[in-house]
Design a protein. Structure first.
Lengths: 636, 356
C-alpha cells in the first residue's frame, strides 16, 4: 500500500478545495474528551458507528476512569474516545489526533500533549471559568498564556449555545446542558461533511424508548451544532474522507467483547452442545456476561457466580456434564481460578477460560490495557500444568479465536486460555459477517466406547481421553485431582506412573502444534528484521511495518495467535531474520518464552503505561535497530 | 442437554428396580482408618440406594457424587456411580454447574466440617440460598483428620489439638444454623452409627427437591474419638437425644416422659426449658413442624446447647421452594417463546449492518 498522509486538520493554509469548499483527505483521527459525566463515550460510539456505516474503515479507543463518578471537572474524571476513520485499511485508532474536542479545562490539560502539531482544537468556552481552570490545576488560562500557539483553536460557548438550542424541549438548564456533546457532534459532522440523517436515527434508537425528551433535546442540539458551524464561517473548509476499500460483504461494527461472545455462541452452534457461562463481574470482562445473558433463546445458560473460584468450578462442572463450560475474567480472577484450572488439567475436561487482561499487578489499572498476564496463563498453577493459549489480535478476530479455543478444548480434552485484553475488548472495528461455510468444522469427540472402556484410555493421535459424561450407562467411573493411573484413571501414588502422566499431559498439549496453522509472515520471508507481535499490538506493528517498508527497509511482520503451543514453523521463521523485535505491553513475557524455546536473542519493545502501543513507537524502534546495526550478542 | 452417546451400549443399563447394594459398591480399596464412622455412612448409602432408585425410577448412571477434600471426600471413590473428587471446599460449585446444565441427574455432595464450613463456607451458603437441587451431606467430626489432627471450625472452644496445644481460642460454628440462615429448603441431622435413622434421613434427602443439607455427626476414632459420646452412647442416649417427628410434641426420655417447652425464664422472657410431660401444661410443649415457612423453630432447635439440652436428630426443616435450575429453564422457555428459537446466522446479522 502507498504511504498516506494524515491531513485531517483544518488548516487555513489549505487551498480552496472543490466548488463547495470540500477537501478530499485520506483519514482523520478525532479525540473527544471531557468529564466522565459529559457523554463522551456515547458521542464517540455514535460517530464511530456513523463513520463505519458511510463506508470508512475505523478503529476506536475508548478510555475512561476506573471510578464510576470521579469528581466532576478534575483530571481524574476525564473520559475520552478516539476514532480513526479512513479511506484505507486502518490498523489502529491512531497515535496522535488531528482534532481534539475538549469540553472542559481538565480534558485539555490531559490530552493537549497528544494533539498533532497544527491540529484542530475545539474548546467549550463556557467551561473555562475560574472554577473549571482551578479544578484542572491551571494557574493561568491556557488560552491566553501561549500554551495553544501552533494549534487551530476554536473556542465556542458550547454550553450556552446548547441550552439556547434545546429551550423548546422544556428540560431544566442542567439537563439541557447534557446535550452539549451532541452540539459538538453537530459541529464535527459539518466539518467532515456528514449528513445528519443516520445520526438522528441512531439517537432515536438509543434514547427514544427510555427518554423521549432527551432524544428530542439531543436531536435539537445536534442540528444546532451543525447549523452553527455552517453559519459562523470561522472554519476555512470542510473535509471529506472517501470510502474505504474493504473486501465486499455485509459488515457491522463490533467490539472485541461482543465478538468474543458471538464466537462462543458459534462454538455452541458448531459443536451442537449448550453453552454454559459462569462468571463473576470484573472489568473488562463483564460485557461478555452481559452479552451472553441475553441469549436465553439459544439455550445459553449464564450464571453469575458468588466468586471467581465458583465461576470456574461451575464451568468445569458443566463441562463434566457434557456442556460447553466457559468462564470469563481478568488477571485477578485468573489468580483465584488457578487451582481449579489445575483440576481441569488433571481430569482432562474441556473448559475455556477467557482472560481479558488489564493493568496489574493486584487490582492495578482495571480500565486500562496491558499484556502482562501471558506468563500467568502459561505457568500460573502448581505442578507441571500445561494449558493451551490462543490470543486474538483484533476485535473481530476475537470471534475466530473463541471458536478455536473450544475446538482445541473439545478435541484435546483440555482447558484452554482465550487471552484478550482491555484494548481489544472495548475497541471496535467494522467486521465482515462470515458465511456459514467460512466457519470451521468441529471434529466431535464422539464417544464410540469400546468394550474394555477405561476413563484414561487415549486417542492415539490426539492423546485425548473420551468425553464420557454422567448418565451414560455401564461406564460409571470416578475422576478427581489426585494423580491418575495411566489408562485406568484410578488414584495412583506410583512415582513412575506420575512421571509418565506428567509427560503425557505435556505431550498432548505440545501435539496441538500439528493442528494449528503455520505462522504467516507478511513481507519478505527472509531479511533483516521480523517484527513479531501478539494480541492487540497488531495494529501498531502492522502500520509501523508498512511505513518502514515504504521507506525501503527490509522488514517483515507476523502476529502470533497461538501462544501455547507455538506454531510449528515458528523456529524456522525466527531463524530467517537477522533481528527479531517483539513489541509487547509488558516487560518482555513473550520474549522470555521465545528465548527459552528457541535460544534466539530477541529484542524487546516494552511499554506498561496502561495505554496501547503507538505506531510511532514501533517505527522508531525499527529504525533504531536497522539504522544503527543494533548490537546482537547471540548473532551467530 | 442431550448427551451424545450414540454408540454406547444401552443394554448395560439395568432397570432401576433391580439394583442391590452390590451395584453401588465400587472396586476400590477403602482407605479410611479402621473404625472410622465414614464406613457406616457408606454402608447405609449403599444399602439405601436400591430403594431410592426404585422409588424415584432413576438409573444409577444418573446418580452422581461430588466431593471436596478431606477424609469424607473420598466417599465418591467407593460408590459405583459417576463421581468427582474435586478440590478443597469447592464441591458445591462443580455440583451447581453440573446440576444446572443437566436436570436429569441426581447430585449428591459429600463434604466435611473443614471442607464445607471453613475453606468452602462461601459456596455452601450460596448453593443453599439459590436452592440448587443438590443433596449435601456434611460429615461433622469436629477435627481435621486427613491433615492429621488440627482443630476445625466446629471444634469446641478450648480444644487441645496439634495446632492448638494450649486450647483453641475461637468459638465453633453451628452447621445447621448456617443452613437455616441460608434458608435451605431441607435441613436434617443424623448420627453415623444410628443405621436405621440415618437410612431414613438419606431416603428423605433423596426425595427432597431443592437444596438439602444433612449434618451427619461422624466419629473420627483416630483424632477426635468419642466426640459425640456424651449424647450418643447407649447408656445416655435416651435422655440425651431427641428424635424429631413432624407435627408431634418434641419429647424424649425412656418413656418420652420429658419434653421441650416454652417456659418463663429468670429475665421474664420465654425460653426453652425441659419439662416433665405429666406435669406440664400441654399447650406449652413445643410441637415440631418441618414445613413451617418461618425458620424460628428450626433455629431454636439447632441452637440448643448440647451441654444443657438433649440433641435433636431428624428433619428440622422440609419446605418446597422453586428450584434454581427450573427457574432458569423457565426463562429459557419463556424467552424462546417470545423471540423464537435462536437462529445463529440470523443473530450474526442482527444490529446495524451495511454492505460494502
Ligand atoms: S482420620 Fe478420622 S475421619 Fe479420617 S479416616 Fe481416620 S478415623 Fe476417619
Amino acid at each position: 500500500m502507498t504511504q498516506k498522509g494524515n491531513r485531517g486538520s483544518v488548516s487555513p493554509d489549505e487551498k480552496s478545495g472543490d466548488e463547495n469548499g470540500i477537501f478530499e483527505i485520506d483519514n482523520v483521527i478525532i479525540r473527544f474528551a471531557g468529564d466522565s459525566g459529559d457523554g463522551i463515550q456515547i458521542t464517540g460510539a455514535i460517530f464511530s458507528h456513523d463513520s463505519a456505516v458511510v463506508g470508512h474503515d475505523i478503529s476506536t479507543l475508548p478510555d475512561f476512569p476506573a471510578e464510576i463518578r470521579a469528581p466532576a471537572g478534575t483530571l481524574a474524571g476525564v473520559s475520552s474516545f478516539q476514532l480513526n476513520f479512513s479511506s484505507y485499511d486502518v490498523h489502529t485508532p491512531g497515535d496522535r489526533p488531528d482534532v481534539l474536542v475538549a469540553l472542559n479545562p481538565a480534558a485539555l490539560k490531559v490530552h493537549l500533549k497528544d494533539l498533532k502539531h497544527s491540529g484542530t482544537l475545539i474548546l467549550n468556552h463556557d467551561a473555562f471559568d475560574a472554577t473549571g481552570l482551578k479544578k484542572a490545576g491551571y494557574e493561568l488560562d491556557p488560552r491566553n498564556d501561549g500554551s495553544l500557539t501552533g494549534y487551530q483553536v476554536y473556542d465556542f460557548p458550547i454550553t450556552n449555545l446548547t441550552v439556547a438550542a434545546v429551550e423548546s424541549s422544556w428540560l431544566s438548564k442542567k439537563q439541557a446542558e447534557l446535550s452539549k456533546n451532541m452540539f459538538t457532534l453537530g459541529i464535527i459532522s459539518w466539518l467532515y461533511d456528514r449528513s445528519l440523517d443516520a445520526l438522528v436515527e441512531r439517537i432515536e434508537q438509543l434514547f427514544s424508548k427510555k427518554k423521549p425528551e432527551l432524544a428530542e433535546a439531543n436531536k435539537l442540539a445536534l442540528q444546532a451544532g451543525f447549523n452553527f458551524a455552517d453559519t459562523v464561517e470561522v472554519f476555512t473548509g470542510r473535509y471529506r474522507v472517501s470510502k474505504a476499500d474493504l473486501p465486499p460483504g455485509d459488515y457491522k461494527r463490533i467490539t472485541g467483547n461482543e465478538a468474543t461472545a458471538l464466537g462462543f455462541l458459534a462454538a455452541s452452534e458448531l459443536s451442537g452442545r449448550d453453552l454454559f457461562y459462569a462468571s463473576y463481574p470484573i472489568t473488562p470482562a463483564s460485557d461478555i456476561l452481559h452479552e451472553l445473558s441475553k441469549l436465553r433463546h439459544f439455550g445459553v445458560r449464564t450464571f453469575q457466580a458468588e466468586d471467581e473460584i465458583a465461576a470456574m468450578g461451575m464451568a468445569l462442572g458443566a463441562a463434566w456434564g457434557g456442556a460447553l463450560g466457559l468462564t470469563g475474567t481478568s488477571g485477578p480472577g485468573v489468580a483465584l481460578k488457578s487451582e481449579f484450572i489445575g483440576l481441569a488439567v488433571m481430569t482432562e475436561l474441556p473448559v475455556v477460560i477467557a482472560s481479558i487482561q488489564r493493568g496489574g499487578p493486584s487490582t492495578g489499572l482495571p480500565t486500562k490495557t496491558e499484556q502482562a498476564d501471558l506468563l500467568q496463563a502459561m505457568f500460573g498453577r502448581n505442578g507441571e500444568c500445561p494449558v493451551p493459549i490462543v490470543a486474538p489480535s483484533t476485535p473481530g478476530e476475537c470471534f475466530e479465536m473463541a471458536i478455536e479455543a473450544f475446538r482445541i478444548a473439545i478435541k484435546y480434552m483440555t482447558p484452554v486460555f482465550f487471552l484478550s485484553d482491555g484494548y481489544l475488548a472495548n475497541g471496535s472495528e467494522p467486521w465482515r459477517i462470515p458465511d456459514q461455510d467460512e466457519l470451521p468444522d468441529y471434529e466431535h469427540n464422539v464417544c464410540s466406547v469400546p468394550e474394555d472402556y477405561a476413563p484414561y484410555q487415549r486417542d492415539a493421535e490426539t492423546l485425548a481421553r473420551r468425553w464420557v459424561v454422567p448418565g451414560m450407562p455401564g461406564l460409571e467411573h470416578r475422576i478427581g485431582g489426585l494423580e491418575k493411573e495411566d489408562v485406568t484413571g484410578n488414584v495412583s501414588y506410583d512415582s513412575e506412573n506420575h512421571e509418565r502422566m506428567v509427560g503425557i499431559r505435556q505431550a498432548k498439549v505440545a501435539g496441538i502444534a500439528k493442528d494449528i496453522p503455520d505462522l504467516v509472515v507478511h513481507g519478505p520471508q527472509k531479511g533483516d528484521l521480523l517484527v513479531l507481535g501478539w494480541g492487540s499490538t497488531r495494529g501498531a506493528c502492522r502500520h509501523a511495518i508498512e511505513n518502514a517498508q515504504a521507506k525501503g527497509y527490509s522488514v517483515a511482520g507476523a502476529q502470533l495467535r497461538y501462544l501455547n503451543p507455538f506454531p510449528k514453523n515458528l523456529g524456522q521463521v525466527l531463524s530467517n531474520f537477522k533481528y527479531v523485535l517483539v513489541p509487547e505491553l509488558n516487560l518482555g513475557q513473550l520474549r522470555l518464552l521465545l528465548r527459552a524455546e528457541y535460544l534466539v536473542d530477541i529484542i524487546g519493545l516494552n511499554k506498561v503505561q496502561g495505554q496501547p502501543l503507538l505506531t510511532s513507537e514501533v517505527e522508531e524502534k525499527i529504525y533504531q535497530i536497522l539504522d544503527q546495526n543494533y548490537p546482537r550478542a547471540a548473532q551467530a | 442437554m442431550s448427551v451424545k452417546a450414540e454408540s454406547v451400549n444401552t443394554s448395560k443399563s439395568k432397570a432401576s428396580s433391580s439394583y442391590t447394594k452390590k451395584d453401588f459398591t465400587s472396586d476400590q480399596n477403602i482407605r479410611w482408618c479402621p473404625g472410622c464412622g465414614d464406613y457406616s455412612i457408606l454402608a447405609q448409602m449403599q444399602r439405601v440406594m436400591p430403594e431410592i432408585c426404585e422409588e424415584m425410577d432413576i438409573p444409577k448412571e444418573n446418580i452422581v457424587f461430588v466431593s471436596g477434600i478431606g477424609c469424607s471426600s473420598r466417599f465418591p471413590y467407593y460408590m459405583n456411580n459417576y463421581g468427582f473428587h474435586t478440590i478443597h471446599g469447592r464441591a458445591p460449585t462443580i455440583a451447581t454447574g453440573l446440576r444446572v446444565s443437566r436436570p436429569d441427574l441426581q447430585v449428591w455432595i459429600v463434604t466435611g466440617d473443614g471442607d464445607g464450613l471453613s475453606i468452602g463456607g462461601n459456596h455452601l451458603m450460596h448453593c443453599l440460598r439459590r436452592n440448587i437441587d443438590v443433596k449435601i451431606l456434611l460429615f461433622n467430626n469436629r477435627i481435621y483428620g486427613l491433615t492429621k489432627g488440627q482443630y476445625s471450625p466446629t471444634s469446641e472452644m478450648g480444644k487441645k489439638t496439634k495446632s492448638s496445644p494450649f486450647g483453641t481460642i475461637e468459638k465453633p460454628i453451628n452447621p445447621l444454623s448456617i443452613a437455616i440462615a441460608s434458608k435451605a429448603s431441607f435441613i436434617a441431622r443424623a448420627v453415623d452409627t444410628d443405621a436405621t435413622n440415618l437410612r431414613d434421613i438419606l431416603l428423605k434427602t433423596a426425595r427432597h427437591r431443592g437444596s438439602a443439607f444433612v449434618e451427619i455427626l461422624q466419629n473420627c476414632n483416630v483424632f477426635n474419638d468419642k466426640a459425640f459420646s456424651s449424647f450418643t452412647d447407649k447408656t445416655v442416649k435416651e435422655d440425651r437425644l431427641i428424635y424429631l417427628k413432624d407435627k408431634e410434641p418434641i419429647t424424649f426420655g425412656k418413656n418420652q416422659e420429658k419434653a421441650l417447652a416454652m417456659v418463663t425464664g429468670e429475665s421474664g422472657l420465654k425460653e426453652v426449658g425441659i419439662v416433665n410431660t405429666n406435669e406440664a401444661d400441654v399447650a406449652d410443649i413445643l410441637v415440631h413442624d418441618e414445613s413451617s415457612p418461618g425458620t424460628a423453630l428450626a433455629f431454636l432447635l439447632a441452637q440448643l446447647d448440647e451441654a444443657e439440652y438433649p440433641v435433636p436428630l431428624g428433619v428440622f426443616r422440609n419446605i418446597s421452594k422453586p428450584l434454581y435450575g427450573e427457574l432458569l429453564d423457565e426463562q429459557i422457555t419463556e424467552v424462546t417463546n417470545q423471540k423464537g428459537k435462536g437462529e445463529f446466522f440470523e443473530h450474526l446479522r442482527s444490529g446495524d449492518i451495511w454492505t460494502v
